[in-house]
Ligand binder design. Structure first.
Ligand SMILES: Cc1ncc(COP(=O)(O)O)c(C=O)c1O
Length: 380
């Protein structure tokens, strides 16, 4: 099967960053370099820690005429199946170092809550997780299985966060949120530092200089955590490409205007973890000067990409990549097929691309559904 011959994929939108000025020191001041150093030291000491695989998508790189495409497979992150295991659990551990009798709480689309619940379970803390009506029961159950109490709130993610903050203030619980707001920056900085561990591992896993990094964004925590890792651990600064769902392109709109912009999400993307209408405050301080280009994509090719990963169409290994693992690949293919973007980004035969495979089948039902429809498209 050679689905790669049929790519005619397009970005919905893209925008170059007029304010690009990658400044390692500034980035590491914002994120706090000590957090970045401590995150790797702490997390690499956890029982069961192993770096996640860095897999070559050699078939895709041949097709796109690129030197290497490296896929960081976060489906193997502890047993939590997503990079989020690095953030929330690390922040819980830091919060608990000051108070051993904490009740921790958070609002979540799923993976972050699972990380917080796991962090709490590891340390024997009580944990209360708030979820919106859109979070699947499969995701809720995965948090219950980690001993968390899961509270469902009517409305969207913002409503679940409001309820979480209200209850935390009333009951004296510690909020472990990955989103920053005014006067709430310490914990989000810790979660970002946790995510930088992916980049530390990559710097040990290859001696090829990465030239381009595709970073998915919801509220921007993962992207800015990875950028902090790049500022700390990479000798050469790669081009940084953000990818978002077309209906939740808050980073793109903010980069375009040069200031924080809110997006009113009209239709939730299938890439649920990335369906966010507002960039988080601390990530924004990093993203606004360190990304080269923002791209947005539709949901259309998510399922076929999941299927291609699973069926070894892109590389030699079978990869379980969930809905948020596909956007980096989709954006890379679309950028490579647009001659102007390809030229501007310098995507050429010597390029070494990094894609973050954020999650595995964290929501098994959804994964199986998308794999099924993706397989059907692949066989057409
Ligand atoms: C599962 C999942 N959730 C959420 C996100 C978004 O992360 P953030 O909200 O930190 O930008 C991603 C990747 O971008 C993801 O893969």
């Amino acid at each position: 099967m050679s689905a790669s011959e049929d790519f005619k994929w397009k970005l919905t939108n893209y925008i170059y960053n007029k304010n690009y000025n990658f400044d390692r020191k500034k980035i590491l001041d914002i994120c706090d370099e000590n957090n970045v150093i401590d995150a790797y030291k702490t997390i690499s000491g956890w029982k069961g820690y192993e770096p996640t695989p860095l897999i070559s998508l050699n078939k895709l790189s041949r097709k796109l005429k690129l030197n290497n495409i490296f896929y960081k497979d976060e489906s193997k992150r502890f047993h939590l199946k997503s990079f989020k295991a690095l953030g929330g659990a690390y922040a819980v551990e830091k919060a608990a170092s000051k108070n051993k009798n904490l009740t921790v709480t958070t609002a979540t689309a799923g993976n972050h809550g699972r990380s917080v619940a796991w962090g709490a379970q590891r340390l024997g803390l009580n944990c209360k997780i708030f979820i919106s009506e859109y979070v699947s029961e499969a995701r809720a159950n995965s948090m219950r299985n980690l001993d968390a109490e899961v509270i469902r709130v009517n409305g969207n993610y913002e409503k679940s966060l409001e309820e979480c903050v209200t209850q935390a203030n009333k009951n004296g619980w510690e909020i472990i949120q990955d989103v920053a707001w005014e006067n709430y920056e310490t914990v989000p900085k810790l979660t970002m530092a946790g995510y930088s561990v992916m980049i530390k591992e990559i710097s040990n896993q290859t001696n090829q200089y990465i030239t381009h990094v595709f970073l998915q964004a919801g509220v921007g925590g993962m992207a800015s955590g990875a950028i902090a890792g790049i500022a700390k651990y990479f000798k050469r600064i790669p081009k940084i490409i953000i990818v978002e769902p077309e209906n939740a392109d808050c980073v793109l709109k903010s980069i375009d205007k040069g200031s924080l912009q809110k997006v009113d999400i009209k239709k939730e993307s299938i890439m649920g973890g990335m369906s966010c209408g507002e960039v988080s405050l601390v990530p924004w301080k990093i993203l606004k000067e360190s990304v080269n280009i923002c791209t947005s994509i539709s949901d259309e090719n998510v399922d076929i990409t999941i299927s291609m990963l699973k069926n070894k169409i892109l590389g030699d290994e079978e990869i379980i990549g969930g809905e948020c693992s596909s956007p980096g690949i989709i954006s890379l293919i679309a950028c490579s097929e647009d001659s102007e973007i390809k030229k501007n980004l310098g995507l050429e035969e010597s390029s070494n691309i990094l894609i973050i495979g954020c999650e595995g089948d964290a929501d098994e039902n959804l994964y199986n559904k998308l794999l099924f429809t993706g397989n059907k498209k692949l066989l057409k």
